[in-house]
Design a protein around this ligand. Structure first.
Ligand code: ADP
Ligand code: MG
Length: 375
């Protein structure tokens, strides 16, 4: 994989940068510009070198305009939005560009060729530029045309944030520092089971919280009442024997409309588990404090509904610890964003991944289709 630092004679060249500005839009404006900020070093570098920059992104599943994204980006760098993806209007706009100019094309997924992996669509995009840059780590687990086909048609390079993601996330599976603590929360047991298995090998301790731990409690024979759990049987009994596994010993439940901290053995048929409990957090604390490396994905509780307490406290412990920490997952990162001081998110020992599904896939497989396409 080549870095954009290796591009020769950038001046005057047209560089197509695949970004992932699939950002939450509320009332027609971007609600969180974290990913934009993380992409600025790449845009800035290319601009200073005198390249003409064409940004391409998807937004949602298609059907929406990327115009709000252009407005959000315009706060950082002057940008022209072209409400088309291919065709005459785009060709004309690119012809008029000067070195240092930045344009953003319309939502790639408005063309079925993007998700459909159309070679023809990739060719049309390639015809607009001299060079391709992948700066779209959060979507690099997809085999979309702009991710896996386009880089095969142009000289292709990795953006700075993509390199950062690979460098930081790889620390979890390439000679990890020890003690290595893996914290896994959130939901979607099926997608996270491969990670639990892999990191029970790689890490020294694996703490499972969130709705995932309900499945472990159930497998241990405990009542989980009306809590969120999987319907499938994943055959996880064997994992329960693993000494590295740390599961909750108490939980915060919603019982008769009240929030009550209960031992896992006391959960009733009508209870809903919202968070791991206080005693569990005390059990986790020494592991956080002694760790040299912490990898954390997914919140420990239903943070949107009163179950965010331990996630916040544990995030503070992690941020204040001596460990190098890698934080991933859209939901966990939004809890981190809600913490005061805001500077937590910027602590140098904390790496906050821009990915969700891509982060999980990269941690599980060590690569992604979008990365392979750059080789
Ligand atoms: P991330 O985006 O950080 O990877 P996930 O998407 O896997 O995390 O899971 C986040 C979701 O899990 C949130 O909607 C959260 O409410 C939910 N969740 C976590 N713990 C519980 C719980 N005990 N009960 C119900 N939902 C939970
Ligand atoms: Mg999520």
């Amino acid at each position: 994989m080549r870095s954009i630092k290796q591009i020769k004679d950038i001046k005057g060249k047209t560089v197509m940068v695949r970004v992932d500005f699939n950002l939450p839009i509320k009332g027609g404006t971007v609600a969180d510009d974290f990913r934009i900020k993380k992409t600025l070093p790449t845009i800035d570098f290319l601009q200073k070198k005198g390249a003409k920059i064409i940004l391409i992104t998807h937004l949602g599943k298609g059907g929406e305009t990327a115009a709000p994204v252009a407005d959000a980006l315009d706060k950082f760098t002057k940008i022209t939005f072209i409400p088309e993806i291919t065709g005459e209007a785009v060709i004309e706009a690119v012809k008029k560009m000067k070195g240092g100019d930045v344009i953003l094309l319309e939502n790639l997924r408005n063309d079925p060729g993007e998700k459909g992996g159309s070679a023809d669509f990739a060719k049309k995009l390639a015809a607009l530029a001299d060079i391709y840059v992948n700066e779209s780590f959060p979507v690099d687990h997809r085999e979309d045309a702009s991710i896996v086909l386009l880089p095969k048609l142009l000289p292709s390079y990795a953006g700075f944030q993509l390199e950062e993601e690979i460098k930081n996330l790889s620390q979890a599976f390439e000679n990890p520092k020890r003690p290595f603590l893996f914290i896994l929360g959130g939901a979607k047991f099926a997608t996270k089971l491969p990670l639990i298995k892999k990191y029970l090998d790689l890490a020294d301790h694996v703490f499972v919280g969130g709705a995932l731990s309900n499945d472990f409690l159930k497998a241990r024979g405990y009542e989980v009442g009306k809590s969120l759990k999987s319907d499938e049987d994943f055959g996880i009994e064997e994992l329960l024997q693993n000494k590295k596994l740390i599961a909750p010993i108490d939980v915060l439940t919603q019982s008769d409309g009240k929030l009550i901290n209960k031992k896992v053995s006391q959960v009733g048929k009508d209870d809903i588990i919202l968070d791991v409990g206080e005693e569990t957090l005390s059990t986790l604390e020494p592991f956080i404090k002694e760790a040299e490396l912490i990898l954390w994905n997914g919140p420990l509780g239903k943070y949107e509904a009163g179950g965010g307490g331990t996630t916040k406290k544990a995030l503070q412990l992690v941020a204040d610890s001596k460990a190098k920490s890698i934080i991933g997952g859209g939901d966990l990162v939004s809890v981190l964003s809600s913490l005061e001081p805001k500077s937590y998110k910027l602590k140098p020992n904390l790496f906050v991944s821009t990915g969700g599904g891509a982060t999980l896939d990269f941690l599980a497989n060590g690569t992604l289709p979008g990365i392979e396409a750059l080789k």
